[in-house]
Design a protein around this ligand. Structure first.
Ligand code: SF4
Length: 309
C-alpha cells in the first residue's frame, strides 16, 4: 500500500473513532440527564418545560438533550425555549432566533434592558451580577407565568453544583449547594436542573461536536467572580492529583447524615435519649469508619461515576 493510500485509511479510521466517541458522549449525556430527571421527578406528564437559553454551551446542551429525551420518553411534555435579551452591547440578537427556528421548536425572546438598569444603579467597578441576576430571575418567573410553563429548566451542571457548595462553605459558612429541583423563592414555580449529573467538560465537548452558535458571556463587561474561579481551580487540581476525590464529594452531596453533623435544627440532639433498643446499622461510635481504610467509593455507591461509560 502506498503512502497516500495508508494516510487515507488512517484518516478514515480516525473519523470512525471520533464518530464513535461522539456517539458515546451523546449517549452518556442522555443517560445522565434521564437519570437526574428520574431521581428527582423533575418532569411529569403534561408538563410545559421552559428551557432558559443564554446562548452558552450548557443551555444549548440542555435544550438539545431534552429534545432527544422527549422523543423517547414514555410521557408527554412540551418544551418552550426562552431567551432573555438583556440588551448588552453587541449582543448578536439574530443568533438564537435563527437557531431555534431551524430546530422548529416553540420559543420566546424576551427583550428587557436590564443592562442599562444595572449600569445606572451599580457604581463603576462594583460587581453587577447580584442585581442583574435578581432582575433576570423576576423576569423569567413572569415569562413562565405568561407562557403557562409548569417547570423552569436551567443549564447548571455538576461542576456548578460543587463550586456553589464550596463557595457557600468557604465564604458563607454554610453546608448548602445548588439543588437539582427547587421551589422558586416566590413560591409559584418549580425550577429544575436536568444537567445536575453532567460534567462541564462534557457540555464543553458536546458544544464543539454539535457546533452550537455560542454567544460570548462577557458582553456585560462584568469581572470574573474570583472566588468561584479559585474554587474551580481547587477542584481541577484535586481531580488531577487525587483520583476519585471529586466524585466522592459529589456523591457525598446525596448521602447526608444529619445525626453526624452539628445542626440542631436538622437533628434532635437536645432530646436524644438512649432507647435501650439496638438499631441495625446504627452508630458504632468508637470504631473507625470503614472509609478510613479505603476510599469512600469502596463503601458508598457512587452516583455520577456509576453513570459514566
Ligand atoms: S456576568 Fe453579566 S450578564 Fe451575567 S449575571 Fe453578571 S452582570 Fe449579569
Amino acid at each position: 500500500m502506498n503512502a497516500p493510500a495508508r494516510e487515507a485509511e488512517l484518516t478514515a479510521k480516525q473519523v470512525e473513532k471520533i464518530a464513535y466517541e461522539n456517539n458515546k458522549l451523546h449517549k452518556r449525556l442522555c443517560r445522565q440527564v434521564g437519570q437526574a430527571i428520574g431521581d428527582f421527578n423533575m418532569i411529569e406528564e403534561g408538563d410545559k418545560v421552559m428551557v432558559c437559553l443564554s446562548g452558552g454551551k450548557d443551555s444549548y446542551a440542555l435544550l438539545d438533550i431534552l429534545m432527544t429525551l422527549r422523543e423517547r420518553a414514555p410521557i408527554n411534555f412540551e418544551i418552550v425555549a426562552v431567551n432573555l435579551d438583556q440588551k448588552q452591547p453587541n449582543f448578536p440578537e439574530h443568533i438564537l432566533p435563527a437557531y431555534l427556528k431551524e430546530l422548529g421548536i416553540p420559543f420566546h425572546i424576551e427583550n428587557q434592558d436590564t443592562y442599562s438598569i444595572v449600569k445606572r444603579l451599580i457604581p463603576e467597578g462594583k460587581t453587577t451580577c447580584s442585581l442583574c441576576s435578581r432582575l433576570r430571575r423576576g423576569i423569567l418567573y413572569r415569562v413562565a407565568d405568561e407562557l403557562g410553563a409548569t417547570k423552569i429548566a436551567l443549564g447548571h451542571h455538576r461542576d456548578d453544583i460543587m463550586e456553589t457548595f464550596f463557595l457557600n462553605m468557604f465564604f458563607g459558612a454554610k453546608i448548602k449547594g445548588m439543588p437539582p429541583k427547587l421551589q422558586s423563592d416566590d413560591g409559584k414555580h418549580i425550577v429544575i436542573r436536568p444537567l445536575a449529573y453532567v460534567k462541564e467538560a462534557d457540555t464543553e465537548r458536546y458544544a464543539k461536536v454539535k457546533n452550537f452558535p455560542i454567544i460570548p458571556c462577557d458582553l456585560c463587561g462584568s469581572q470574573e467572580n474570583l472566588q468561584r474561579k479559585q474554587i474551580k481551580n481547587m477542584l481541577r487540581e484535586w481531580e488531577k492529583q487525587h483520583k476519585g476525590r471529586v466524585e466522592n464529594i459529589f456523591s457525598a452531596l446525596s448521602t447526608v447524615v444529619p445525626s453526624h453533623l452539628m445542626d440542631r435544627s436538622q437533628f434532635g440532639f437536645v432530646d436524644l435519649k438512649a432507647t435501650g433498643e439496638a438499631v441495625p446499622g446504627g452508630d458504632i461510635a468508637f470504631d473507625e469508619e470503614p472509609c478510613s481504610t479505603g476510599t469512600v467509593s469502596s463503601v458508598i455507591p457512587l452516583r455520577a461515576s456509576d453513570l459514566d461509560d
